[in-house]
Design a protein around this ligand. Structure first.
Ligand SMILES: [Zn+2]
Length: 198
């Protein structure tokens, strides 16, 4: 029962954010032609994601809600901040939220198979992992140096993911960050900021 209630509230929160920010309110033809045309519809918590065939290929489009705010991202050239594909995705969700398959977020402690690993990596962004790593006192610069990656390249992998454009090394980079989060002793690691544990 609790799970059912959670599901209802997550859908409700996404809907509320869409309404509040007037996502999906445009009746523009550029938008309406995509409404309902999305496939691979998924919902992970308060993030909805789907794909749609546009003018220059298939785009991955998402809306994620945080603190009541909906943020759009799309792999088309307009990209971040909400293009007409994002608006169409919002409309599609408002019309039929149940058509978005709820995908459970995989917990890190619960990875046993390669399928688990794939779904875990899909459910967490590189930006989020890097934030967790920073919280542990390891800077992005120190991390990039340690694995021999150019800092600018690391930044490009991260910002591209936010636009649903995926570098081949995205998964490997996430794994490297994860390894650092779980294994590096912050207080003694060289090149890392000293941080006292509470
Ligand atoms: Zn777009």
């Amino acid at each position: 029962m609790a799970r059912q209630a959670k599901k209802v509230s997550e859908i409700g929160e996404v809907k509320a954010a869409i309404v509040r920010h007037q996502w999906g309110m445009s009746g523009d033809e550029k938008v309406t032609r995509y409404v309902g045309k999305f496939f691979d519809r998924q919902r992970i918590g308060k993030k909805i994601m789907a794909r749609v065939v546009g003018n220059h290929g298939t785009y991955t489009v998402s809306l994620s809600v945080k603190d009541g705010r909906a943020d759009g991202a799309c792999s088309c050239y307009v990209g971040r901040g909400g293009c007409h594909h994002c608006v169409a995705l919002a409309k599609t969700f408002m019309d039929n939220p149940e058509s978005f398959v709820a995908v459970a977020r995989k917990r890190r402690t619960n990875i046993r198979t390669l399928d688990d690993l794939a779904s875990y990596l899909k459910g967490v962004t590189l930006a989020k992992l890097i934030d967790q790593m920073k919280e542990r006192g390891v800077t992005q610069t120190a991390f990039a140096e340690s694995i021999g990656m150019n800092l600018r390249h690391l930044a490009a992998i991260k910002s591209s993911e936010a636009r649903h454009r995926y570098f081949n090394e995205l998964g490997a980079t996430k794994l490297a960050v994860l390894w650092v989060i779980e294994n590096v002793e912050v207080d003694t690691a060289s090149g890392t900021r000293q941080k006292k544990k509470k």
